[in-house]
Design a protein around this ligand. Structure first.
Ligand code: NYM
Length: 212
């Protein structure tokens, strides 16, 4: 198809940074600007693989650490044909977490190196923009208690944050750090500005491959 493609926009960040709220607001803003947009999220708990992941996160089942890492990656790969189809149709995809969460969360566990964690996701559709919603652990804790899911402890979240900081040094990815401590509207303005610029910039460019 010769038309303009959609942009692949990812929001990352530690828990309670406001990713889901901001993804929803961004989809609305893009649509109001006449840019078709849809939201996706990872893990996508609706698939068979997603249900295995969900049960693990809810602590209803145990999975070996390498195994669950590969399932998170497989959950992204299984959605790739759909993602490519939508992007080719000119739909902008706003994605709540992606491979960066995959690497940051698993590599925060003992015995995992960054390279092993990245490998299964090498070659995924490369995001045109990755916005990291930055919030200090102290500010995050003021936003309320953690839930009951696996990984939802301050100690683990601090380790995850450090892994994200490391991933953000990779200049092959278009990272933008967003100050998530500002008001919902101010954070949204920041995100919308970056996103609208990206949508216009990439519409005639080919989609890249992540970490390749
Ligand atoms: N998570 C998310 C991973 O450990 N690996 C991944 O690849 C992804 C996408 O799942 N604590 C973790 C991060 C979260 C948890 O995410 C569920 P959410 O956005 O709360 O549904």
């Amino acid at each position: 198809m010769a038309g303009k493609r959609g942009a692949l926009i990812v929001l990352e960040g530690v828990d309670r940074a406001g990713k889901t709220t901001q993804c929803k607001k961004l989809v609305q803003a893009l649509q109001q600007n006449g840019r078709p947009a849809e939201m996706m999220r990872f893990p996508d708990r609706s698939t068979t693989i997603g249900q295995l992941i969900s049960s693990y996160l809810e602590k209803k089942s145990d999975l070996e650490d390498h195994t669950v890492h590969l399932l998170f990656s497989a959950n992204r790969w299984e959605l790739v044909p759909l993602m490519k189809k939508k992007l080719e149709q000119g739909i902008n995809l706003v994605v709540d977490r992606y491979a960066f969460s995959g690497v940051a969360f698993t590599s925060a566990k003992p015995g995992f190196c960054l390279d092993w964690c990245k490998n299964p996701d090498v070659g995924l559709p490369k995001p045109d923009l990755v916005m990291f919603l930055k919030l200090s652990p102290t500010e995050a804790s003021l936003r309320g208690q953690f839930g009951e899911e696996r990984y939802e402890t301050s100690v683990f979240q601090r380790a995850v944050q450090q892994k994200f900081e490391h991933l953000m040094k990779d200049a092959s990815v278009n990272w933008q750090v967003i100050d998530a401590s500002a008001s919902i509207e101010d954070v949204h303005e920041d995100i919308a500005t970056h996103s609208l610029n990206t949508v216009s910039t990439v519409e005639n460019q080919p989609l890249g491959e992540l970490w390749k």
